[in-house]
Write a protein that binds this ligand. Structure first.
Ligand SMILES: [Zn+2]
Length: 196
């Protein structure tokens, strides 16, 4: 932790030295995209995309799960999506799954989550994956299926459905390999994930 504290203490000075002006961020934000990915520490969206402060609105959840829209059940995720679309007017939403995902792996491998009831219930509610089937080491196939499932659920959010219908919002499914840095994207025409 000390390293993080030291870095944070000197960030302002280094940002100034690097010539990054943060001053304009006081005027507001106008991010280009909402980037939804797993909380996994191996994914750094700004490093992958080159996004600078103000470019990317992020939502991170365990297993990059997007809960379906439930009007009677407020959620941080629904609020984040609605704000990004309605207020910030992002032009694109990326759902980025990743290789070696602990959440997807737990479901596919049928791990005992008795001691992690919050994780167990979140995964049970948020993924259509079932135990068994293909479970290669990097979990590419189930993670990619899982990403497409989350894209489907994005459509249940009224703001997303409307903007997609109007042609003002693009949805993208990405798969990131934590061990190589490769990024694949879902090609709807061929229904496969290919390198960007
Ligand atoms: Zn993950």
């Amino acid at each position: 932790m000390q390293g993080f504290i030291d870095h944070a203490r000197t960030f302002r000075r280094r940002a100034a030295q690097d010539g990054h002006t943060l001053r304009h961020l006081a005027e507001g934000q106008s991010p280009q995209a909402l980037f939804i990915t797993c909380s996994d520490s191996r994914i750094i969206p700004s490093a992958v995309t080159g996004a600078k402060p103000g470019d990317l609105f992020e939502m991170r959840t365990a297993g990059n799960i997007v809960p379906p829209h439930r009007p009677s059940a407020p959620s941080a995720e629904a609020a984040t999506i609605e704000y990004a679309v309605e207020v910030l007017g992002v032009a694109d939403i990326v759902v980025c799954g990743h290789s070696h995902c602990g959440a997807v792996g737990a479901v596919v491998r049928g791990e005992d989550l008795t001691g992690l009831p919050s994780v167990r219930d979140w995964l049970a509610d948020g993924t259509a994956l079932t135990t068994g089937g293909e479970a290669s080491h990097d979990l590419a196939t189930p993670v990619q299926r899982h990403v497409l499932d989350q894209l489907e659920k994005l459509h249940t959010h009224p703001s997303v459905a409307r903007r997609v219908r109007e042609g003002r919002l693009g949805l993208h499914g990405w798969f990131y390999e934590v061990h190589t840095g490769a990024v694949l994207t879902h090609r709807p025409d061929s229904d496969v994930f290919l390198p960007l």
